[in-house]
Ligand binder design. Structure first.
Ligand code: ADP
Length: 377
């Protein structure tokens, strides 16, 4: 789509009148003949109107609601050819008391409406110019949005492919380093063994980063469908999957009764798993005690994952949801800084909110909401 020129002041403006009443058409003609800069096209049926629109690309269409072979709503729908967008400014012309129809037309893409009683010179011309301008601005926004989506798609495809292609060579590097350490350790000497160990640590770190980048791009490009998800079942699966880590940390996890929500199942699992993994990872000296709960607030479900870990200072509570932002050095606690930004993206996909409440040294509670409007009853 070309970016439209938004200056309508000095152009020859092409108006298409779709109106079956000859008297009304004459009224329009009289108005436009008194004002320079307008070319007027006329059609008295929906079919002819669509035909003229296709051939002449008018700047604005004055569309009567009642036509012999259909109505204005049919016209708008057919103009858009399934795109849900009107490139041309359409002003719906209705009779008095047909506001409901006008609202419906505007929801479908008409940019304005006018009643037949309001058709007088100044008002009509002002409405036309303003409708054209608004449509052009809307088209420009749409154009940039499409461009953005395209670049974003290409970028995340690149991230996905790059991460995916890095996985195999990285696995080989780790395997060969381990082989060197195990098979040739004695010949390497103390320093050589140390270097190899560092090589392995860094290559594994890179492996985790690549895994997290893949998880990030998958979260953004989810291809799954929403369904009624049993969050209780998901929490049970996570606890089972993380059994070993939970035991290693001497952690206790309690899961309260959780509801069914209308959501992307794999993403909800990814979200809860990230929060539980963090609750284990950022533990204090005490064994971790983690609680997963949910409160039904009527219009939304409020989930929470509470831990008794290190806690987070007030000033960092928002920043931790950004990509690559970490509060702990990698030498102390491993991580890529992508986990919470993935959680945030997932919650955005569900039109919910995510935040943390915490006091440093006393543990944290991560909250997230899933609106009831998209949840199962
Ligand atoms: P990662 O764990 O890979 O660093 P995250 O995006 O999951 O990345 O977390 C970002 C930062 O937020 C972490 O580095 C950590 O400093 C802090 N954080 C996350 N979860 C917790 C938690 N439960 N308790 C304390 N700090 C946390």
């Amino acid at each position: 789509m070309d970016i439209p020129d938004t200056d309508t002041s000095h152009k020859n403006i092409k108006i298409l009148i779709v109106e079956d009443d000859a008297v009304d058409r004459a009224v329009y003609r009289r108005i436009f003949s008194k004002n320079e800069g307008f070319t007027v096209l006329e059609a008295d049926t929906l079919r002819d109107g669509l035909d003229l629109m296709g051939r002449e690309s008018p700047d604005c269409i004055l569309l009567d609601y009642r036509l012999p072979d259909g109505n204005g709503i049919d016209f708008i729908t057919r103009c858009q050819q399934g795109t849900g967008q009107s490139v041309t400014a359409i002003i719906m012309v209705t009779g008095q008391g047909s506001e409901q129809t006008a609202v419906e037309a505007m929801k479908l893409g008409a940019v304005d409406y006018i009643t037949k009683e309001e058709i007088v010179d100044g008002v009509l011309l002002r409405n036309i110019l303003s409708a054209i301008e608004r449509t052009q601005l809307k088209n420009a926004v749409l154009h940039y949005q499409q461009q953005l989506e395209k670049s974003y798609g290409a970028l995340s495809e690149f991230t996905h492919t790059a991460s995916h292609d890095l996985k195999a060579p990285l696995r080989h590097i780790v395997s060969y380093c381990e082989l060197i350490r195990d098979e040739f350790g004695e010949r390497l000497g103390e320093e050589g063994v140390q270097y190899t160990a560092r090589l392995i640590v860094n290559a594994r770190r890179l492996q985790r980063l690549v895994d997290d980048l893949l998880a990030y791009s998958e979260a953004l490009n989810t291809i799954e469908e929403k369904e009624h998800v049993d969050v209780d079942g998901i929490a049970a699966e996570i606890v089972e999957f993380m059994e070993e880590t939970i035991a290693e940390h001497g952690a206790t996890i309690t899961v309260q009764a959780l509801p069914r929500v209308y959501a992307y199942p794999l993403r909800i699992k990814q979200l809860l798993q990230n929060l539980v993994a963090n609750a284990l990872k950022y533990k204090s000296t005490a064994p971790p005690v983690i609680r997963i709960a949910c409160e039904d607030r009527g219009h939304e479900y409020l989930f929470s994952v509470t831990d008794n870990g290190l806690g987070i200072e007030d000033e960092h509570k928002e920043m931790i949801f950004e990509s690559f932002k970490r509060l702990h050095s990698r030498d102390k606690i491993e991580g890529s800084g992508l986990g919470l930004s993935i959680c945030k993206k997932i919650i955005n996909m569900h039109n919910g909110r995510i935040w943390v409440e915490s006091s440093a040294g006393k543990g944290s509670t991560f909250f997230f909401t899933i609106p009831r409007a998209v949840t199962a009853v």
